[in-house]
Design a protein around this ligand. Structure first.
Ligand SMILES: Nc1ncnc2c1ncn2[C@@H]1O[C@H](COP(=O)(O)OP(=O)(O)O)[C@@H](O)[C@H]1O
Ligand SMILES: [Mg+2]
Length: 297
């Protein structure tokens, strides 16, 4: 098969791991920077040019879209979709998962439990809205945060109001969220490929920090999850239409809460923590789909 990995950086662990797994299985792999893909839109003809050449004869793409390129990345994936090329990530699913507000709305409307969240543009209402949360702290996060940057823990009074005001003033969309103190700086990352759990780890924030992101100095260990947690994670990715995803969960007093669903989850943490060949599972998923398509010809 001809597989294209859409990635801005050839040197990234995830990109390398996927390329290696595909080559091991005797596929031809190209790593393409999607930002340099030109989208040609013409009556009945949609092409993708890369460095002046039309991309042709591609069987499948594996999009690895960075947070700051979501919109253009989704447009490139959409162009491949119109060309009927198999993608491990649908453009629509990427857009839904990337935005913490859209993602929360969709999951909550399907009965998935999440930390209570409020979004508001009315600075005069902040004080009353903050009082809707129990406890003396809240989490305030940018709707488009990644790697924990722009996720803050604040005291409910004037401190939280000031942070919200600063975000609003600088045109940064944010949300207020119930602080799940009992998870004690830990969350669970459940990695799913094609509706199957392929690896789980617990990430623990370093001392003095509540964010467990590995990029924020968190540490990870292999973790067993309950059947309930597994079922919730699989349901969440199905609702969003994702086939390769990392579901982050907090263990709260009222049960598992989905924190977010990552549409381009990193492979380094999960592969090195669990020792599982997750990239290989992603390539197997592509093989199954391309084979099915071939056999129906
Ligand atoms: N409501 C919350 N209660 C407790 N901890 C939280 C809460 N929200 C986020 N965290 C911690 O902060 C980390 C980063 O938050 P998250 O929403 O995943 O943002 P990002 O997308 O930037 O990773 C989480 O992995 C978790 O450890
Ligand atoms: Mg996160």
């Amino acid at each position: 098969m001809n597989i294209v990995i859409l990635s801005r950086n050839q040197g990234l662990y995830s990109t390398q791991s996927l390329a290696r797994a595909a080559r091991l299985r005797h596929h031809y792999v190209r790593i393409i920077d999607y930002v340099n893909c030109d989208l040609v839109i013409n009556e009945g003809i949609l092409n993708i040019n890369y460095h002046g050449q039309v991309l042709k004869d591609i069987d499948a793409i594996i999009p690895r879209i960075g947070a700051s390129w979501t919109s253009y990345g989704a447009a490139v994936i959409r162009q491949f979709e119109y060309l009927k090329i198999f993608s491990t990530l649908r453009s629509e699913a990427l857009i839904k998962a990337r935005n913490k507000l859209i993602c929360s709305q969709i999951l909550a409307s399907h009965g998935i439990h999440l930390p209570k969240s409020i979004v508001s543009n009315n600075s005069y209402a902040y004080s009353a809205l903050l009082n809707e949360f129990e406890g003396d702290k809240v989490v305030i996060k940018l709707i488009n945060s990644t790697h924990g940057v722009g996720v803050l823990l604040a005291n409910k009074g004037i401190q939280a109001e000031n942070i919200l005001e600063a975000f609003t003033r600088s045109n940064q969309k944010s949300m207020i969220q119930e602080y799940i103190a009992e998870s004690k700086g830990a969350d669970i990352r459940i990695f799913i490929v094609d509706d199957e759990i392929v690896g789980c780890m617990k990430r623990q924030a370093q001392s003095g920090e509540f964010r467990s992101n590995l990029h924020r100095g968190g540490s990870s260990t292999v973790e067993e999850i309950t059947e309930e947690e597994a079922a919730i994670a699989i349901r969440a990715v199905q609702i969003l239409g994702l086939k390769v995803a990392g579901v982050d969960m907090l263990r709260s007093n009222r049960g598992p809460l989905v924190l977010e669903v990552n549409a381009s989850p990193g492979l380094e943490g999960i592969e090195s923590t669990t020792g599982n060949d997750i990239a290989g599972r992603i390539i197997n998923f592509i093989e199954r789909n391309i084979q099915t398509e071939d056999s129906t010809l």
